[in-house]
Design a protein around this ligand. Structure first.
Ligand SMILES: [Zn+2]
Length: 164
């Protein structure tokens, strides 16, 4: 009897060190061409499995237009969102293309705080897809975003100091 090799495909272990932001490239507004803007992780999962033939949704988190944070791939599983930079990163996808909602930014801040606390991901280690590939995604000024996250972590340190 011969043992079959690789009958179970084990996902590659991921140790998050950086965050990479994305947009879903879905419409920002309802109009004559678009009757839906409320896409979610299940839609993206379908596209990535059916169209890209991937095992699962490529991102670790999806943030809906109403600010709901949805889990995609496990953080401990290597994602599929930036060629050559999947290992060691977490992919966060904002539903929309370039006009994100206040609720989405609020949730992104919360999610960043959580990842900063749990994984120690510095604000300097948050990137946009366009910084690794010839793309516009996620259509955010990443220098501004890193400054935004830096200010959030500074705020956390200040409030910790007041408590001690
Ligand atoms: Zn992207």
């Amino acid at each position: 009897m011969t043992l079959k090799k690789n009958t179970i495909e084990m996902p590659e272990y991921n140790e998050p060190k950086i965050i990479i932001l994305h947009c879903a490239a879905t419409p920002d507004h309802l109009d004559s061409k678009h009757s839906k803007i409320d896409f979610d992780v299940e839609d993206i999962r379908k596209w990535h499995i059916n169209n890209n033939k991937w095992a699962d949704v490529g991102y670790h988190y999806v943030i809906k237009r109403d600010g709901t944070i949805q889990m995609g791939r496990l953080e401990t599983t290597v994602g599929s969102h930036v060629k050559g930079h999947n290992k060691g990163s977490l992919g966060i996808c904002l539903i929309g293309t370039k006009e994100f909602t206040d609720a989405q930014f609020k949730s992104l801040d919360k999610l960043y705080i959580d990842l900063y606390i749990r994984h120690g991901i510095d604000s300097r280690d948050v990137y946009g897809h366009y910084e690794f590939a010839d793309k516009e995604c996620p259509n955010l000024d990443m220098n501004k975003m890193r400054l935004r996250f830096l200010n959030i972590t500074k705020g956390l340190e200040t409030s910790e100091g007041l408590n001690s």
